[in-house]
Design a protein around this ligand. Structure first.
Ligand SMILES: Cc1ncc(COP(=O)(O)O)c(C=O)c1O
Length: 353
């Protein structure tokens, strides 16, 4: 089987792909409600919340927009340490929100003290952060950041993009006191693209009720109304929900802790290889469990390398944005296993020799 070592879309199990071929059902009928009701507790387990997880027929960016529209009334602090973090700021401005940037060098993590200091400087009602910055391979210490915000700024909404980490690294929504935590289907959850998921706190939902111009498609208040009936406000990608149901069964059968350990094991292996042959872009101590960003110190032509890898059923990723030429990325997320990664690294050793 071909293996995608790119940071999404990731490989999908054949039986999960096949689950999409179920006959169509109506989204206002009992069969749909049964499917939705079966999925919800499984999703809550994955997000570590007893509250709610909204399902959106969109990619993750849709729910990023939702977080901004529903949870920011005054001013949002956007933590910017990479290309995907930059999007928080763009989304804030595009939705007419007042925003400030907490600028951190690419390759470095956002730290609790940085957020703390920035939040004291102005009247913010939300902070937006990317947990796992896919462009640089940096995972910021979200647990510690959230603990600091909850302790010092209890009213501030914590909005988290976990697109490339949820399902591959521990993210304890409720215990950490997060407010919106969203991801896309096509990364660590190993589904086809087309769905996005967001855990939303009671606090965030209460806040949304008092925020105007929440839009239509991503309005938390509407999503909540329908969630309570085991439905979605608009027609969802029903076929993908069958696939989600099947993939969540696999995920929970593996067990969350085992899954996180598998990702950590692969990350350690990839980082060791990268350090031996190239260098790592991310600062030590904050390297991503799901994507390794390699400094292309040898000027390898990644396009050409990928042609050779594809002949072996594998594919890696070039750098992202301004790091396109200077780095390349090896993703180890979703259904990829340590044996797959070892096969990739062996192929790379051979091709680069
Ligand atoms: C960290 C991060 N945020 C956001 C996105 C955008 O997600 P989507 O394409 O599902 O909207 C990506 C995509 O790679 C990502 O890695």
């Amino acid at each position: 089987m071909a293996r995608l070592f790119i940071p999404g879309p990731t490989d999908v199990r054949p039986d999960v792909l096949a689950a999409q071929a179920q006959p169509m059902i109506g989204h206002r009928g009992a069969d749909f409600q049964t499917l939705f009701a079966r999925i919800q507790p499984k999703l809550r387990q994955v997000f570590a919340t007893s509250q709610r997880v909204y399902i959106s027929t969109s990619s993750g960016t849709g729910l990023q927009e939702a977080a901004m529209r529903n949870c920011v009334a005054r001013r949002v602090l956007c933590c910017v340490n990479g290309a995907f973090a930059e999007r928080w700021y763009e989304v804030a401005l595009a939705n007419g929100k007042a925003a400030a940037r907490l600028e951190v060098e690419w390759g470095r993590a956002i730290l609790p003290e940085m957020v703390d200091e920035a939040l004291t400087a102005d009247d913010f009602d939300a902070v937006a952060i990317v947990h796992n910055e896919t462009s640089t391979g940096v995972a910021s210490p979200l647990r510690e950041i959230a603990a600091r915000v909850r302790e010092r700024y209890p009213e501030v909404m914590i909005l988290v993009d976990a697109v490339s980490s949820l399902g591959g690294a521990e993210l304890d929504f409720e215990r950490w006191g997060l407010d919106v935590l969203f991801t896309s289907s096509q990364k660590c959850l190993a589904l086809p693209p087309g769905l996005a998921f967001a855990a939303v706190s009671d606090r965030a939902l209460d806040k949304a009720r008092g925020v105007t111009q929440r839009g239509v498609y991503f309005d938390f208040v509407e999503l909540e109304k329908h969630l309570r009936k085991n439905q979605t406000p608009a027609t969802p990608a029903i076929s993908l929900l069958w696939a989600l149901d099947a993939s969540l069964d696999h995920l929970l059968a593996e067990g969350l802790d085992a899954r996180f350990a598998r990702h950590a094991h692969m990350a350690a292996r990839a980082q060791t290889w990268a350090a031996q042959h190239f260098g790592l872009f991310a600062e030590p101590g904050y390297r991503s469990p799901t994507v390794t960003c390699v400094q292309n110190t040898r000027g390898v032509d990644v396009k050409k390398l990928n042609v050779q890898l594809r002949a072996r059923g594998m594919q890696i990723s070039d750098g992202y944005g301004k790091l396109q030429a200077s780095t390349f990325r090896i993703a180890h997320m979703g259904e990829i296993g340590i044996a797959d990664l070892d096969a990739l690294l062996a192929a790379l050793d051979e091709l680069l020799a």
